[in-house]
Design a protein around this ligand. Structure first.
Ligand SMILES: [Zn+2]
Length: 401
């Protein structure tokens, strides 16, 4: 902090510090927190009281742990993050499905539903009314206090809840927060809105914490990406980073929905893969069925499908190599529907990375499927709410002092 620390911000800081310790080592005693943080035991006890009162931590019976040299005194009470503490609600609007998830304070998924309906020809108010209903069902379906909601959308979103453009939904300058929070079923929660690939990357970060520098590519009808550097999501000047679907793969290629030519999406988007494979697509064939069908045909070694996947994987590798050369991430995660197809895409992506990334010879880029698959975004959205509470618990713990 550049300037004097006031009493209240000191309390906020220390409260977060104690909570962070509790989530890192679990269970942990008050004495262990004091030793690890350098706070006095009296301060730790007082902060723990605040956290207990706010329902953010819970006491558990001491775990029978070997403590060499400690003798046989009464073991200390352990503290853990409270599984009944404030939870996060994640919501997702995608081209052909809606989803909702609740993640509790410990990071466990307590509710997850996917509602498969093509959203393309629907008015935004209708879509948002359905999202409000999913939100109400999710909140009613768990025995937890839901603190806030985060909504994921496949488009460029600004901080005020305005969707500038979601090309595959056909949305342009759509105000989302107002219609959502005034919808009949909306469960009276604060909501923030974010890009789906960004939240997918955060979901991946929470599910695989050892991964700290990666490019997460989410393949649905469109293709988005989230870049995580040193464990932090890179957002860019407007929060609009990650539009890898519109990176040029071939300057003379086919015209994209965005108006440019030869974008990645035209080679590796779900519809492009299906078209290349000769599978008829359209509203009659929902994307999960389509992806299942592609995987089935690839399993049977259908030559047209294997060709289509080679084309998609090659295009993905070309686009990803550009990102890796600029940003020095060491892993490419294939998410969204790419996760289910990763077994057929990865060798092509790897080949392009090997040929195009300058440093690949001595530091090969790892390509892997997302740990959460197509659920990464909605779970990442719910997890982002929880992460917010965990990093700034004072807002939840009330005015305190
Ligand atoms: Zn484009």
């Amino acid at each position: 902090v550049d300037g004097p620390v006031r009493q209240r911000s000191l309390w906020q800081h220390n409260l977060a510090l104690v909570l962070r310790r509790t989530s890192a080592t679990t269970p942990i005693s008050r004495a262990e927190i004091a030793a690890a943080t350098g706070l006095t035991r009296a301060t730790v006890s007082s902060l723990v009281e605040d956290l207990l009162r706010a329902g953010l931590v819970a006491e558990v019976d001491p775990a029978p742990r070997a403590r060499p040299g400690r003798g046989v005194g009464r073991p200390a009470t352990g503290l853990v993050l409270s599984a009944t503490g404030p939870a996060g609600l994640g919501l997702e609007i995608n081209v052909d499905f809606l989803a909702a998830a609740v993640v509790d304070l410990t990071g466990a998924v307590r509710h997850h539903v996917v509602h498969r309906v093509d959203q393309r020809d629907r008015a935004p108010e209708r879509v948002l009314a359905d999202v409000a209903r999913l939100a109400a069902e999710a909140v009613g379906g768990v025995d937890l206090t839901v603190a806030a909601a985060r909504l994921a959308l496949p488009g460029l979103v600004n901080g005020d809840g305005l969707v500038r453009v979601a090309p595959n939904l056909g949305w342009r300058d759509v105000e989302v927060r107002g219609p959502l929070t005034t919808a009949r079923h909306w469960p009276d929660l604060p909501v923030s809105i974010d890009n789906e690939a960004n939240l997918g990357a955060l979901g991946e970060l929470a599910a695989a914490p050892a991964l700290t520098n990666f490019l997460y590519i989410s393949g649905e009808i469109g293709i988005g990406a989230g870049v995580v550097l040193d464990g932090t999501l890179l957002r860019g000047a407007h929060g609009w980073s990650g539009e890898i679907g519109h990176v040029t793969v071939s300057p003379d290629g086919p015209v994209c929905r965005c108006g440019a030519r030869g974008c990645l999406e035209r080679y590796a988007g779900q519809e492009a893969i299906m078209r290349a494979a000769g599978i008829r697509c359209g509203p009659a064939l929902s994307a999960d069925v389509a992806v299942g069908r592609i995987a089935e045909l690839a399993e049977a070694r259908d030559p047209a499908v294997l060709d289509a996947l080679r084309g998609a994987g090659t295009a993905l590798g070309i686009a990803a190599a550009g990102v890796v050369n600029v940003l020095d991430v060491d892993t490419v995660v294939l998410g969204g529907s790419f996760a289910a197809l990763a077994g057929w895409l990865d060798s092509h992506v790897e080949r392009e990375l090997r040929d195009r990334v300058l440093t690949a010879r001595w530091s090969p880029v790892e390509v892997r499927a997302s740990a959460l698959g197509s659920a990464a975004t909605v779970i990442g959205a719910a997890g982002a709410v929880v992460r917010g509470i965990r990093t700034a618990p004072a807002a939840w713990a009330g005015t305190g002092r």
